[in-house]
Write a protein that binds this ligand. Structure first.
Ligand code: SAH
Ligand code: SF4
Length: 411
């Protein structure tokens, strides 16, 4: 969407959407307020000559009442609303596919560009918990991924681009909105209770956008989520783990997947750059700060169970040694196969005995449940299949039109 703008004061907002304004009234792209953190929105309003507190007001409308029309922001003057209408928009990424499973799992595929593979997925998984119903949203941070882990279908797609803040927070916005679409604006509530940055992409390689998005997740004027309920998962970008210590307090998960460098170099190639010793030391630094007051009492260790590759008893023993000085909770993930994957899923028995070895050594070790199977919500799988389906749909369309052509020619 584009419009004509002459208010050159508006342009200086630091934002992912580029805005060009000139005295000649060239068409410009509207500024998308959806992705802005509070600090960015405050600067935006100040640059407009407005009061800073407008930022918190607008944030609440966007992220707590899920409003996209400025006309509905009733505590903002008509004049300012009109001004905003002209130069801004509140726009979530386009949903091209959504699926709500019988077990409560919900899944969205967003189009984030024109190319064939410009799709990202977001999955919401509900679970009963002693504190009530949990709705955990798995958010993507990049289109594809450059890190090429050998068991990951996202890695196989290669890297296309970083998601913008609007595209990252837009996933959370859309999931919340999906429960509130039919609810009157002032009665709307936030439904997603937990976020894991475990969708497509390596979040620490899109650091600024992910950081600002997580700030919005924690912000009381936006999603107000507890820092323990926002988890960033990384394959081990060590310098950025250290940067996070300075910038934000959220829970950290590490995609370990192998207990020694030789195997990890093969499965998670970024290990060649930041080997295990460095990674474990960075995790220790991450949880050292603030002690019990923070969400940093432990890190979560993710370990995908690959049949005959990393699931031997000796691997469990190596894990015990590796993690002995790192407060951690281990989550064993049954491998989700994808077409042409070079691995199989470890048997249930093998996973359970791996778990038992770690539990006997004193670790909290859980096995991730595979959920949403009826809608292919398994990690990192959907987009590939949608791409397949799209191609199939095209082939079908072609076949049908050829058939119609023959029928027509036969009169
Ligand atoms: N890039 C980040 C976050 C996205 S991947 C990271 O690697 O941590 C989220 C999790 O899904 C990671 O633990 C990843 O290793 C795991 N994963 C990737 N492909 C998988 C597959 N085919 N089966 C099971 N888990 C997988
Ligand atoms: Fe990228 Fe994570 Fe997949 Fe590795 S596991 S390729 S880091 S998305």
């Amino acid at each position: 969407m584009s419009t004509e703008v002459t208010a050159s004061s508006v342009i200086s907002a630091e934002q992912q959407t580029s805005v060009s304004v000139s005295a000649q009234k060239e068409p410009v792209q509207k500024v998308n307020l959806l992705g802005m953190s509070r600090a960015e929105l405050e600067k935006f309003f100040e640059d407009m000559g407005e009061k800073k507190f407008r930022a918190s007001q607008v944030m609440k409308w966007i992220h707590q009442f899920f409003v996209t029309d400025f006309a509905e922001m009733t505590n903002i003057s008509g004049k300012l609303r009109e001004k905003l209408e002209k130069i801004c928009e509140i726009k979530a990424p386009e949903v091209v596919h959504k699926n709500y499973s019988k077990d409560g799992t919900r899944k969205w595929v967003f189009r984030v560009g024109d190319g064939e593979g410009s799709l990202v997925e977001t999955v919401l998984i509900p679970a009963e918990h002693r504190s009530g119903l949990r709705r955990t949203l798995c958010i993507s941070s990049q289109v594809g991924c450059a890190l090429d882990c050998s068991f990951c279908s996202t890695g196989k797609q290669g890297f296309q681009r970083d998601l913008t803040q609007a595209e990252i927070i837009g996933q959370l916005w859309m999931a919340n909105y999906s429960y509130m679409e039919d609810v009157p604006v002032l009665e709307r509530e936030r439904s997603v209770t937990n976020v894991v940055m475990m969708g497509m992409g390596e979040p620490l390689l899109n650091y600024d956008a992910v950081l600002n998005s997580m700030r919005t997740m924690l912000d009381d004027f936006a999603y107000g989520m507890s820092k323990r309920r926002v988890t960033l998962s990384t394959s081990g970008v060590v310098p950025k783990i250290d940067q996070m210590v300075k910038d934000i307090d959220v829970a950290l998960a590490i995609s370990l997947h192998a207990p020694n460098d030789e195997l990890r170099n093969e499965l998670v190639p970024i290990n060649k750059k930041y080997p295990l010793e460095q990674l474990i030391a960075a995790c220790q630094r991450y949880i050292a700060k603030d002690g019990n007051e923070s969400s940093r009492k432990h890190v979560t260790i993710e370990y995908v169970m690959l049949d005959g590759v990393n699931d031997h008893p000796e691997h469990a023993q190596q894990m015990i040694k590796l993690l002995k000085n790192l407060p951690s909770k281990i989550n064993l993930i049954p491998f989700n196969p994808f077409p042409h994957a070079p691995y199989g899923r470890s048997s249930r028995n093998r996973i359970i005995s791996f778990q038992k070895t770690l539990s006997d050594a004193g670790f909290v070790c859980t096995i991730r449940q595979t959920r949403g199977d009826d809608i292919d919500a398994a990690c990192g799988q959907l987009v590939g299949q949608v791409a397949d389906r799209t191609r199939r749909a095209e082939q079908w369309k072609k076949k049908i039109s050829e058939k119609n052509e023959i029928l027509r020619s036969q009169g």
